[in-house]
Design a protein around this ligand. Sequence first.
Ligand code: HEM
Length: 165
Amino acid sequence: MSWNLGTPVNTALLLYILYTVQRILLPSQKISSEVATEFKSNYTWMPKSHPPTVLFKSYTPKTLQPFDGVKNKRILLAISGMVFDVTAGANFYGPDGMYGNFAGRDASRGMAKQSFSEDMLTAVDQPLDKLEDLTTAEIDNMKGWIDHFTNKYVVCGKLVENDAA
Ligand code: HEM
């Protein structure tokens, strides 16, 4: 088999190789090998703005409630005192989601009893649900959900009583 420059495919290939070699040898922007310590406009890798950060903080039932995917696009829910940012699961917890009831709320009882009905939720002006009446199987079920959420979402806070924050 011989290399025939007369065929369009080989010509295109040769031009592409020449272009690639030229880009490697003569890059249009000089790439610094030093680690940057301050912003300069010609850094190719530096993000334009700082990525969003997640602040771990205390939420009460009342301050958690607005994070329901409606009042606030961010969606948080709590299980057993841990607050998870479940915004990435908006199709589950958003206003049209199957588990939308849990958004902005303490979902512990519902997770334990495997029910998303409204009566699983404690009113936001009431003390936290102590879950004392739950069976061992229900507590284990809730812990299973905690494992699921810990592996999938970010823990962004803890849930405390309304008068504790
Ligand atoms: C009609 C019965 C139900 C069906 C058909 C159903 C269906 C599903 C499906 C398809 C998923 C997605 C699984 C995945 O790909 O990760 C899921 C996740 C889930 N389900 Fe259900 N489910 C049902 C009942 C329930 C109930 C009663 C609860 C109450 C606690 C529940 C809580 C959840 C939760 C918390 C998730 C995880 C969502 C996430 O990863 O953020 N499900 N369900």
